[in-house]
Design a protein around this ligand. Sequence first.
Ligand code: CAA
Length: 382
Amino acid sequence: MNFGLTEEQQMVKDQVTRFAETQIKPIAAELDKTHRHPEEICRKLGEMGIMGVAIPTEYGGAGMDIVTYVLAMIAISKACASTGVIVSVNNSLYGFPVNSFGTDEQKKRYLTPVAGGKVEGCYALTEAGAGSDAAALACRAVLKGDKYIVNGTKRFITNGNVARYCVLAATADPALAYKGVLNLIVDLKETKGFSVGKIEEKMGILASGTAELVFEDAEVPAANLLGKPGQGFKQMMMGLDCGRIGIGSQACGIGKAALEDALNYAKERVQFGKPISSFQAVQFKLADMATELEAAELLLLRAAWMEDKGLDYEKESAMAKMYASDVAMKAAIEGVQIFGGYGYCKEYPAERHMRDAKICQIYEGTNEIQRMVIARKLLGAR
Ligand code: CAA
């Protein structure tokens, strides 16, 4: 067993950490306050290969591995959770299905600009009536000649308001249940009948846009279908397996930020004539936060390593996402507690970490769904 990183993994980790600490962290509070999409940061991360870490270089990516993706995601999310989710969706939810199931032509045209960080991608799965029950899609794609005619509305789509391209999950026929699901690549700027609907007002990750995508008799070339009809649901599940590693890493980064801030504050804050870090009540909180976040990181790296090795990592990615987001939420709450009254005010980032951490227990499958996925694997039910 080897816990060490390769030279390349360590180099990318150091480079991304430096960039995140000097270019992203200083503007994170402003991004949160203004809800501004960090356009310039995304372009720079693109130049560094981080918008398509594990996508082959021939399709615009960096050609590195998922372990490196985890390291980069943790470093970025520690500086700014909103930037973290933008990067995760680009890499996993858009990049993974197009790279894994797309044809060479589809990849050249639709993956290269996204993996190279020139434009954003998104994945449109969720609908008003299809959240945890991902097969219950009402958005319909009907084949007419050489086009799919798409009608329906997608909700809560991360990057939906800024993305150029989208992988759209739709159903050919709701009566077919999950067997009717198909994934289409949609050029959101060139598709008549498509519009961006409501932009959600959220609790956290405020610099990441969450939008409604509306399709009204939208025409999508049949050539943009990923794989074959009937394969869409499995493609979606496999994309989510990969995406959950990204979101777990986002959570781990947020938790590490909460820990670092609380640790620094505890050393400076004096009460009863001593820094509060000298009190065991505070020390125990810090010890638990650090231990749980390191365990989360190990779970994430194991799931990533398994994906890199081509092993079945469905259970491991669900475990890593669930555990990392639960302990990140706990760390963020304890971080606020250590800051006391200051933690509840916007003067310090502790309250932002708490708002940002919460979504990681909800999106890319609620933690209740993760437990279901894990239990089904344990019981041999899948
Ligand atoms: N890999 C490959 N195939 C899989 C699979 C996987 N991980 N999981 C299921 N399948 C296959 C099954 O084998 C089955 O195929 P067969 O009949 O041929 O065996 C088929 O898919 C149907 O599987 P299930 O019966 O298990 O499907 P289900 O309806 O019970 O749903 C579920 C399973 C795990 C609950 C799934 O619906 C799910 O993951 N729900 C959560 C949805 C989710 O994560 N949404 C996130 C939205 S995106 C987002 O949040 C992004 C963001 O904002 C940042």
